[in-house]
Design a binder for this molecule. Sequence first.
Ligand code: ADP
Ligand code: MG
Length: 241
Amino acid sequence: MLRIEGLRKFFGALEVLRGVDFEVETGDVVAVIGRSGSGKSTMLRCINGLEPFQEGRIVVADHVLGEGAADLRALRTEVGMVFQSYNLFPHLNVADNITLAPRVVRGVPRAERDALVDRVLDRVGLLDKKWAYPDELSGGQQQRVAIARSLAMEPRVMLFDEVTSALDPELTGEVLRTIQELAGSGMTMVLVTHEMGFARGVATRTMFMHEGRVWEYGPSEKLFDSPETPELQAFIGLNLK
Ligand code: ADP
Ligand code: MG
């Protein structure tokens, strides 16, 4: 579903991604962990076509990005992304927040929009908030609407960048449960997260990034139970205590 080959990215002279290679199979849930500054967000932004890169290729389904390939538009419609800050439009209700992009970008006709809203709100458990405005919702509910908004574009891969980091602990749980349900429905996902319990318990695979490289990548139990490198051992030691 997703293949990254030899991805290199510089900000000026700073090499932030130093040759990243990995594959994600359909239905995999990949947790990306690693220290701040290791390149996790930059990698997700490259996959979603938000950041240009200098070398390498990104292949999503059958769309290729890189080496002169200009499949950016197609790729963006296949990849959904949810950020830490949910950025709902405050003057639009939940239904309108969700249909804005499908209407403008994909030209989904009016007659189909209502069913689309119901479908994606049902998947995040918020059908009853269809007509609410963002300021009437908790942070956790707003983040679930942001997830629904992304699902409305019917992506084949979903990327999540620390989507619970701005939430209080009691709201974090409801968002993680929503993501877990999506995982159960077979959605292919890559999530940058600080939630080690979630990575270990829900992710089928975990990737440890270090200094712009994929340092270790494999089944989650393997990475957490028998990390091979001193860097991952130290990271897990710090984060599980
Ligand atoms: P992470 O998400 O793992 O914390 P990032 O991908 O945000 O790491 O950042 C990786 C490195 O790239 C850091 O050294 C960061 O300072 C640098 N960086 C990120 N975005 C920019 C930018 N827009 N301009 C310059 N440097 C950046
Ligand atoms: Mg980041």
